[in-house]
Structure formats: structure tokens, C-alpha cells
Design a protein around this ligand. Sequence first.
Ligand SMILES: Nc1ncnc2c1ncn2[C@@H]1O[C@H](COP(=O)(O)OP(=O)(O)OP(=O)(O)O)[C@@H](O)[C@H]1O
Ligand SMILES: [Mg+2]
Length: 425
Amino acid sequence: MSLSGGVLAVTLVGTITAGIVAIASVVAIYKCAKVAVKVYLQGDGGSLHRVASAVTREPGSSGAAAGESDDAEMGSMSYFIEDLQRERPVRFSSQQLRAFTRNYAHKVGSGGFGVVYKGRFPNGAPVAVKVLNSTLGKRAEEQFMAEVGTIGRTYHINLVRLYGFCFDAAVKALVYEYMENGSLDGYLFDPPPERKVAFDKLHEIAVGTAKALRYLHEECAQRIIHYDIKPENVLLGAGLAPKVSDFGLARLCDREDTHLTITGARGTPGYAAPELWMPLPVTHKCDVYSYGMLLFEMLGRRRNLELGLHGRESQEWYPRWVWHRFEAGDVDAVLARAVATGDKKERETAERVCKVALWCVQYRPEDRPSMGSVVRMLEGEDQIATPLNPFAHLAAYNSGAALPSGDTTTTSGSYGSSGHALSAR
Ligand SMILES: Nc1ncnc2c1ncn2[C@@H]1O[C@H](COP(=O)(O)OP(=O)(O)OP(=O)(O)O)[C@@H](O)[C@H]1O
Ligand SMILES: [Mg+2]
């Protein structure tokens, strides 16, 4: 009896202990979940949640986030799960887009993929609605959703956020965060006085843009090649913080033919790497090349090719002009355009940008640096070796020669064929 009583007692104690452990585990899991919810709502997930709320709530409603009080925390679990599901962009109907844009009343601009309109969510948050051109109609819905899903899962402070999309019989569109300060081209090419910025600011924009590309190339679960880096695709937010737009679009859409000089090529002429229009393998290094072209335009505060303007220098392809000055040991001539003041630090920064630009546009993709290396060189963390001549393959053309007039074939805002194109003829 006493033995079985002992067994009973041991069993009872065991059961009670197991019960306590189980309860403690449940409490611990619950507490972890609470912390996770808080962290998530304070991070990027919070902004996703706010956007989702902006779409579904009436203007003026409180929009109180989950997690504001302890009482709300169990409720916030369901928000958490909802937000996880919302890692994919929100799907809108064409009627909703018409309401957001007030029947497409405010056109912001247009490009190779379609037309951009300004709109507002019901809570007043501004959005940019990009209505994609009709060639997209051939694309299957699942493929569109998969690629929009990839774009929507990329989060970086220097990338424009994709809030949602529309895919119905009549309208294919993407809904992005709206960038109040427009695109970088407005600050580089004949800007009005209020848009003239110091070179240090351009350097900051260059670093932010490089970080976005580093993320797309090196840090994303699935590498994304942009294919269309140029000033129009660097948008500027508060304090001119740069955000790269249109990443992932090359896979999503076929561009309109008017944007291209060479059938089947991707990117915008003047920025597109040689391998994009020649039968050569294409890698993420094509973005490094386009990024280098963008750096030249920051240095010169001009388009790389300005045909039709008077003056020999302006008709010469600017990157090659920079190389000749650099080769001749006359970097000052290059810096004079970039830096208005005699500020020594700013001039050093501009010289770094000049060398990085020359490295980025090397003819052979393998000679171009990775975007991670670009960031380090621009920030002064890495020494920059003396660049090689990126235009050696153009030797047949005499160094000072202007590009032949008539070597222009594209729409305004884009270049004619770059200097590289000459070598292919
Ligand atoms: N999210 C946005 N917020 C504010 N302005 C935008 C936004 N997206 C685009 N824009 C503006 O609309 C213009 C047209 O954009 P769009 O992307 O259609 O053409 P693009 O950038 O000139 O060429 P591409 O089609 O090669 O990207 C841009 O130059 C930019 O100034
Ligand atoms: Mg664009």
C-alpha cells in the first residue's frame, strides 16, 4: 500500500510539475509573441500596416495601431498575422485607382513602361500610380503576381515602396509611395535656383543610390538587376533622401519601342552597358555601368551627351572628355564643374566620385567594381586605384572628336547612342 501510495505521490508531483512547465511555456511564448509584435509594428511592418489602414479606413478615423495598450495586445496578434500576409502588395480594383487619382487628373510624367499619375489614398496619403502600357496585356496574371510579389518584398530605405497593384482586364498598374521632390534630373540639368545643390548633397544622393543597388544585387534573397539606372529613376524624398524607383520592372514589362534604338535591348540608351545591346552575357554589372554614367552626370551637372548645343566640349561625349582630362593630369578641369566653391573637402569628394565613375564604366563587366565596393570607395573607406582607360576600345575615334551629328535616334530626355555604340558600327 505504502509503495503504491508513494508511486501515486510521485505521479501526482510529476503531473503537477509538467503542468507548471506547460503553463510557464505558454506564458513565455505569449510574451515572446508580444515582443515580436511590438518590434514588428515599430519596424517596416508598421508602415505596411499603416498603408493597409489608409486604404481601408475612412478619412479622419483614428487609425490607432495595435499594441498601443496592453489590452489591445492580444488583438495585435491578429494584426501581426494580417501584416505578414500583407508582405505582398495590396491588390486594388481599377475603380479604386480611378478614385485615388480623381479619374487620372494629375499626370506626373511618362516613360518606357507607362504613364505616372499622382493620387491619394482615402486618408490623404499621396501615391504615384503607374499605369503600365498595353504590351503587358500578354503577361499571365500568375507571372505578374509573382514578380510584383518579389518587388513588394524588397525593403530598403533607399528604394521606393510599392504599396500595391491593379491587374484587371482594362488596367494594369503599380501603386508606389509618392516622392514630393521629384527625380534627380530636375536637380542636375539646368535646375532653377532653388534646385541648385552643393556637391556634398549630390555625393549623399550617390551613396544612397549605390546602397540601394548594393541591396538589390548583394543582399536580396533573390538578386534583382535594375537594368534602367538613370537620374529619372532616382527619386527624392524629404531632405532630398534618394530612393531608387522602377526596380524589377524590366522583368515585369516589355518597354515601349519608342524608348529604344536597338530592338530587343533593355535600359535607356546612353546608360545601357555595351553587353545589353551586343550578344554578350548580361550580369548585374550592367547596373554598375549605368550607375557610372549617372555619376558623370552628377560631376558635370549636364547630360553626358548634349547634341545640338554650341561648343566643342558640350558636343563631345562627356565621360570621354572626363577621361582625357583625367589622363592628362587635369582633374581640376573636371572638378571645376562639379564644385562651385574652393572647398577642399568637397573637391576631394568630387575627385573620388570621378575615379569611381571611371571604374564603373569599364568596358569589361569583370573590371567594374561591385556595388558594395562602390559604396566603400565613395565613403572613403577603401582606397581607389588609378582607373584604367574605359574607352580604349574607342581608340579608332580620335580623342578630341565630337560625335558625328545625326548620331541621335531617341526620344527627348534620353540620349542618342553612346560613344560605345560607335565602336559597334
Ligand atoms: N513614385 C513617384 N513619385 C513621384 N514622382 C514620380 C514617381 N515615379 C515616377 N515619378 C516621376 O514621373 C516621371 C516618369 O516616370 P517613369 O518611370 O514613367 O519614366 P522615366 O523614369 O522617365 O523612364 P523609365 O520608364 O525608363 O523609368 C519620372 O521622371 C519621375 O519624375
Ligand atoms: Mg522611371
